[in-house]
Design a protein around this ligand. Structure first.
Ligand code: 13P
Length: 249
């Protein structure tokens, strides 16, 4: 069985007090019923306090982003080694919000992915189509391009230490989830793209679904053959919801 992962992307939400409360609730709520790996992704400034509170627990820490260079004159950016300093295990790269709002292209995403690996961080590479692209029948073409750009940069072997997240842009924060069958079809496609270069690796690659995952729909999504967990936004800010998703995985 492939490793299962439930990742909570807190995006730009919360205050220090709210985040401390959330972390304590998650620590109390993680029990033997949760067998998937669980990771949380706070905003950068809260990484130190969350790292301290998670030390010695089963909950892993991740970052929402990193910069593509090791160090230097990059005002406002954060490097992979800085994330390692705070015990980050994972880092999200290529989230659609960064692709669209911050103009991150495939090339930059590829360089960030490679940089994350160079620092021993596990990149969670987000791919996914917009509603217009889906309606134009271009989902597979878009996902293949996004994956291909990173494969060209980092090589297939790099995916041994990486996770892919399929996040259809039209399902993010909209309350409109891809149906389990719609998600499964794209997950299977992602696995086929990887299998074309390395069939053995494709069998063990963890592929997450993201886009309006809630406690009420998680079970049906996780029942699909190629869905190995979730990248959760809004519902990860509510401890009961997030813990229920963790149990479902
Ligand atoms: P929502 O769960 O809020 O739709 O967000 C998904 C997401 O973007 C996770 O990275």
């Amino acid at each position: 069985m492939r490793p299962r992962l439930v990742a909570g992307n807190w995006k730009m939400h919360g205050t220090r007090a709210a985040i401390e409360t959330l972390v304590e609730e998650l620590k109390r709520g993680i029990d033997a019923g949760v067998r998937a790996e669980v990771a949380v992704f706070p905003p950068y400034v809260y990484l130190p306090c969350v790292a301290e509170r998670l030390a010695g627990t089963a909950i892993a820490l991740g970052a929402q982003n990193l910069w593509s260079e090791e160090s230097g004159a990059y005002t406002g950016e954060v490097s992979g080694s800085m994330l390692r300093d705070y015990n980050c295990r994972h880092v999200i790269v290529g989230h659609s919000e960064r692709r669209t709002l911050m103009g991150e292209g495939d090339d930059l995403v590829g360089r960030k992915f490679a940089r994350a690996l160079a620092h021993g961080l596990i990149p969670i590479l987000c791919v996914g189509e917009t509603l217009a692209e889906r309606q134009a029948g271009r989902t597979e073409q878009v996902v293949a391009r996004q994956l291909g750009a990173v494969l060209d940069h980092a090589g297939i072997a790099a995916f041994r230490a990486a996770v892919v997240a399929y996040e259809p842009v039209w399902a993010i924060g909209t309350g409109r989830t891809a149906s389990p069958e719609e998600a499964q079809a794209v997950h299977a496609f992602v696995r086929r793209c990887i299998a074309a270069r390395d069939p053995e690796l494709a069998k063990v690659l963890t592929i997450l679904y993201g886009g309006s995952v809630k406690a009420s729909n998680a079970g049906a999504l996780f029942a699909m053959a190629d869905i190995d967990g979730a990248l959760v936004g809004g519902a990860s800010l509510v401890s009961d919801e997030f813990l229920a998703i963790c149990r479902a995985a």
